[in-house]
Design a protein around this ligand. Structure first.
Ligand SMILES: *Cc1c(COP(=O)(O)O)cnc(C)c1O
Length: 406
């Protein structure tokens, strides 16, 4: 028997206009076409929970249930969404002469990426609201997480990915029970098919930010890291930004915790992108509220190859309101960062995670991050899912071996 928790959702509202929408019903975008945000009765949450009460709960993403949208515990769909560790990079901190560097290593989650947080929550809510069939366009990790959680919940899932999606992502998605199709087009072409399938096939459209609850799942990263730091935050968070769900979600977490009086300050939020796909960086630099479509998007960091983000204004608001910034690094810097963190610290990052380290080095160099600031980088997936340089060294057992040279 899973414990029931009191339920504190007070409203759903349009992320742009604040227009209220009915709770307990299925939603995609708001009537005005923007992502929907979940609101809670925060004074009531603050009265109902203490920091001490959390200590007795499992260390997983469900522990702060009063700030999550699932009403009935039996609807929680879980594969063991454990806390992820904060791994310091002491050798590189010493080399760079800056403040402490912590990596939140999200590669430890089920399905090997932080997409799990968003999809575990969104699928749980789909279960609660009676959804039978879910469809999603994806570049990889999100499809794998949807497949796993939908299967777990007994919900059908259809995953559409561009032709050039890494085989490992397509294969893991299929093995976890989704019907996965390669589409001869880009992610937006896959999205169009999902939109039509909604009408023709009775699918529920799970495209990024087109349902309200993935943000709430990703929000748990902010709740979790604050608790791990003793209800404090780092000075600056560097987040590899594609659709921006995690950056938006964490900023929401910090605002909720601040409103409850649980944290006294908020971090600066930094959106990290690749120079081959940097719509948010361009919008940030030109003081725009929305980003323009980034043509011919290309980067080794597939998770942040998102040429147009429907939550662009929410990302940019969070970056600006927090006193952060948006920064791009090129693929060579991403590859070099991945090698350096692996060689120097023994931590294998995914390319998107490596991008945050490259961005940190760049921003420390140009003064946008100060030497005394404590920084947190997000490694959003296990490095094992991604191509690695081919090892070339060989040893001939039948020839003399120069042991001193090995
Ligand atoms: C999805 C993804 C991202 C981007 O996350 P958003 O919250 O959508 O911006 C970054 N890295 C990896 C590995 C991803 O799978």
């Amino acid at each position: 028997m899973v414990a029931q928790f009191p339920y504190f959702v007070s409203a759903l509202e349009c992320g742009m206009t604040g227009e209220p929408l009915p709770v307990g019903e299925l939603h995609n975008l708001s009537p005005k076409g923007y992502p929907i945000l979940v609101r809670y009765d925060l004074p009531a949450v603050a009265k109902a929970v203490t920091k001490g009460m959390l200590k007795d709960r499992p260390q997983d993403m469900w522990r702060f249930r009063e700030l999550l949208p699932v009403e009935r515990s039996e609807n929680v769909v879980s594969l063991g969404e454990t806390w992820t560790p904060l791994v310091p990079l002491p050798a590189l901190q010493k080399k760079l002469g800056g403040g402490e560097i912590l990596v939140k290593d999200e590669g430890r989650l089920p399905t090997g990426s932080f997409k799990t947080r968003g999809l575990a929550m969104a699928v749980s809510m789909a279960k609660e609201l009676g959804v039978r069939k879910i469809a999603m366009p994806t570049n990889g990790n999100a499809g794998a997480a949807l497949a796993a959680y939908a299967t777990r919940a007994g919900i059908e899932s259809i995953v559409l990915c561009p032709d050039d999606t890494p085989v490992v992502n397509i294969a893991e998605t299929a093995l976890q029970g989704a019907r996965v199709y390669r589409v001869n087009g880009l992610i937006n072409d896959c999205g169009k098919i999902c939109g039509t399938g909604k009408v023709e096939g009775g699918w529920f459209d799970f495209s990024t930010l087109k349902e309200p609850y993935r943000i709430e799942g990703k929000k748990t990263m902010g709740l979790e890291l604050a608790e791990q730091l003793g209800w404090d935050v780092p000075d600056v968070i560097l987040y590899p930004t594609g659709g921006g769900t995690g950056l938006i979600g964490m900023w929401k977490a910090f605002n909720e915790l601040e409103a409850m009086g649980w944290i006294k300050r908020k971090p600066r939020m930094v959106a990290v992108q690749a120079t081959g796909c940097m719509p948010i960086v361009k919008a940030y630099e030109s003081n725009a509220r929305h980003a323009e479509l980034f043509e011919n998007a290309r980067t080794v960091a597939a998770g942040i190859r998102v040429p147009v983000a429907i939550g662009d204004f929410l990302i940019l608001d969070a970056v600006r309101d927090s006193g952060g910034f948006a920064i791009a690094v090129d693929d060579d810097a991403i590859d070099a960062a991945r090698t350096e963190v692996g060689h120097r610290e023994g931590l294998l990052l995914c390319p998107e995670g490596a991008a945050t380290y490259a961005a940190y080095v760049k921003a420390l160099g140009d003064g946008r991050i100060a030497k005394d600031e404590r920084a947190m980088l997000f490694n959003c997936a296990t490095g094992l899912k991604y191509p690695m340089p081919e090892p070339t060294a060989r040893l001939n057992k039948d020839a003399p071996i120069d042991y001193a040279a090995l």
